[in-house]
Design a protein around this ligand. Structure first.
Ligand SMILES: [Zn+2]
Length: 62
């Protein structure tokens, strides 16, 4: 069972998908050189990372 190290709440964390740092780099490059494709990092799962947050206290757990 998952347990939050900050508030000791037991239960599954919130998982959010976010564009990673590498994804933003690709986004800027596409914006500069290939504007019609600048949305690609937002749909390519390899350029995203999962963020885990405690449901109770909101602390980042990743
Ligand atoms: Zn917590």
């Amino acid at each position: 069972m998952f347990k939050c190290p900050f508030c000791s709440r037991e239960g599954p964390p919130i998982v959010q998908k976010q564009v990673s740092g590498a994804g933003w780099v690709v986004f800027v490059l596409l914006l500069l050189f290939c504007l019609p494709l600048c949305w690609l990092p937002f749909v390519v799962s390899g350029l995203k990372e999962e963020k885990r947050k405690c449901v109770s206290c909101g602390s980042s757990l990743s």
